[in-house]
Write a protein that binds this ligand. Sequence first.
Ligand code: MLT
Ligand code: ZN
Length: 463
Amino acid sequence: MGPHGCLTGDADTEPFVTDYRRIYRGKSPLVVMPTTTEQVSRVMAWCYDHNVPVVPQGGNTSLMGGAVPDGTGTAVVISLKKMNRVLAIDTVNDTMIVEAGVTLSGARAAADDARRLFPLRIGSEGSCQIGGNLSTNAGGTAVLRYGNMRDLVLGIEAVLPDGRIFSSLKGLRKDNTGYDLKHLFIGAEGTLGIVTGAVLKLMPQPRSTAVAFVAVDGPEAAVKLLGEARAVSGGAVNAFELISAPALDLVLEYLGDVPSPLPGRHDWMVLIELTSGTDEATLSGTLMEILESGLANEWVVDAAVASSLSDSQQFWRLREEISDAQTRTGGSIKCDISVPVSRIAQFIDKASAEVLALEPATRMVIYGHMGDGNVHFNPLRPKDRDAKDFLAQWYQPVSDLVDGLAHAENGSISAEHGIGVAKRDDLGRYKSPVELELMWQIKRALDPKELMNPGRVLPQSVD
Ligand code: MLT
Ligand code: ZN
């Protein structure tokens, strides 16, 4: 690896063994930072021959402890940060080939320079990397329109645990030649191999954007407004994000310098973004039509329409900073559930009532991607309660309650944040025996020595 390709010693390895929220702390004798796929392959082959566990790491922004090693101090961390080149852009095929360590914002900027859009959008885009986005099948705030990361990729390159290189970087939109193996590595959180490169899909850039911050009568009214917005706009809804009053209170307090977009306090709000290939005036007219219909039906209580780029950036800032506002406050029970959109309002009402029955002063920080049936349902400690104390008492019972209600609605206990170590053991209770068996069979087929990101994703073996 050369002298600049390795880090050893606690001080140098510390940023790679601790997650960004400082909840998961592990140990590693060695962090390697390869610059080519061949280097990754040789490191992996060496580790395989010597039975050394490997933890792949991208931007280390996982919320689930999926990207840091455990405390045994036996695993080598492979950081992809130096594999950060955009290798090719093809504006006829509308594809871009990138190395895994390109940040999401880097990929978006490269697409923008080519007058194209790479649509994945998440708050951590400046730090998170394409390899991590693929390994966690990242979602975010434009899934409603463009899908998850799995939908935005045509091929990947990955190094297998024994060092062999799997490559499907052809950039084909059609290729029905048997199993589509790239999907094994997408969402696998580095448990089957290490993603080193990808062919990403590029989309046309929209010509216009319209954004509104809307107070709604409640989650049910929000769902109705979503249906209306999709129908009226002919599919131009790019984002539809729910925000509860305690979530807005928290982020306003955290940011300090950003005013609330609406006068007064409202229990529920949504941030709506439309984008289209039409001109600004036409799209603004569509947004007004949606809001007027919402007012007439009494789903909408009040609305602020962004009249400039800086307005819409401020609205988005309020939404995107909710996550960090919680991290700073501490004492947040982070549940990331999804249910069918048709059940999301009932889920929110029921789960909120049951959590408040346990601890009435809990701040119900609920926000996120309602248009995908996915909310971050994050009960937060009462203001006067110590964070550690609150989590010690309520983390497990409240997570179990919320996940159980989502599961009962045919939902998921982790809609977009993945499993990592945080949800690993819970997964054993919610996946069927057949699903768990298949997961382990795939794991053992690709990683027979169980060296890849050990102890992550897969619950206890079901031999
Ligand atoms: C978000 O939507 O803000 C992210 O998924 C992060 C989070 O929920 O904390
Ligand atoms: Zn999210």
